[in-house]
Design a protein. Structure first.
Lengths: 173, 173
DNA sequence: GATAATTGTTATGGATCATATCAAATATCG
DNA sequence: CGATATTTGATATGATCCATAACAATTATC
């Protein structure tokens, strides 16, 4: 759809515009060559990440959950009774930016802030019943539509190897 | 360094705060459990991508190049004579956002916009001599410091497998 | 030759990310 | 004990990135 848009044009002025048309070995002229870019880790990582996030959003579109929101719900479910700072920092979210995120989730009745009795400064985070239900549905959608897509593409063994390598990079790079 | 910050506190009020202290099989209490998050493709992808970009910036800090700028220089070098729309679109950059990027690179005399004689609307992009030199130095830094780091971490075979899988995801997901 | 499409550009708004600062609560330490 | 420092959640604010609409100049199309 976007390939044949920029065809050869204005070839009547410069006669050389149609040179090297026969026995062209490779490199179709209308497509740009990525070259070393396709071997750059950062480039391909970023491109893959965008595609994966995009697919994630489609898969859980019915629940209106972003990857970041999904990760918050997962972490709160796994670690009930933790405060905002703890949840945010393990997700790499800065505390100021976490406030609006929680405002959103709380306004949708997916999680609650509870003033801690031990330390009245902190807010303990817990999932509401609705939050647990939504998260359960999200998990199913992600497993059956999102992760399954990855399995189809790579196979289970490769998928596990990929996750392992990315985890290692995230931790040790 | 950030592990032992939030130690157990105020354990004298609630006697249950110190329960399950002996024969704890796993799960140190001061560290949050990632749970299913560590298996989520999107999460580990994003985390890895941030680490890789961070490392890239450090490796080429002397040249003041971001990953995006590096990709532009690489693509222009590989595809001389292309216009802004072509370069931007193959990198997934929207044309309006590409203008400021080029203003930056051009103000640093790394690349030039040249009015095309065929189509006087478009700007042909080429690297300046300085741009070619800077790109050459950047390539060396990236190869010896950045990509080499990845080889040390994964090994050459795994590195190639990782790049291949990420490329596949970027294209077919 | 009138109309449509393309190119680079500007303006603009949203989303993400980072820093400084604050009040309330707690911890630390003399 | 009490003065000081630290922590927590929050606000304000700015930077950066990403997306859309619109525009003038140029070219393509019919």
């Amino acid at each position: 759809m976007t390939v044949s848009k920029t065809a050869e044009k204005s070839a009547e002025k410069t006669a050389e515009a149609t040179k090297a048309r026969k026995d062209a070995p490779e490199a179709p002229p209308e497509t740009l060559q990525l070259g070393e870019l396709s071997e750059q880790l950062g480039y391909v990582l970023k491109r893959a990440q965008l595609k994966v996030f995009e697919n994630f959003l489609r898969c859980v579109a019915s629940l209106q959950l972003t990857p970041a929101q999904f990760s918050v719900l997962l972490l709160v479910e796994k670690n009930p009774g933790r405060n905002q700072t703890e949840i945010a920092s393990t997700l790499g979210i800065l505390r100021p930016n976490f406030v609006a995120m929680l405002d959103n989730l709380e306004s949708r009745d997916l999680c609650s802030r509870i003033r801690s009795t031990n330390d009245r400064r902190s807010h303990i985070l817990v999932l509401t019943d609705k939050g647990k239900a939504v998260l359960a549905r999200a998990k199913k959608l992600v497993a059956t539509k999102h992760e399954a897509r990855l399995n189809d593409l790579l196979g289970t063994t490769n998928r596990e190897a990929l996750i392992a390598m990315l985890s290692k990079i995230a931790k040790e790079f």
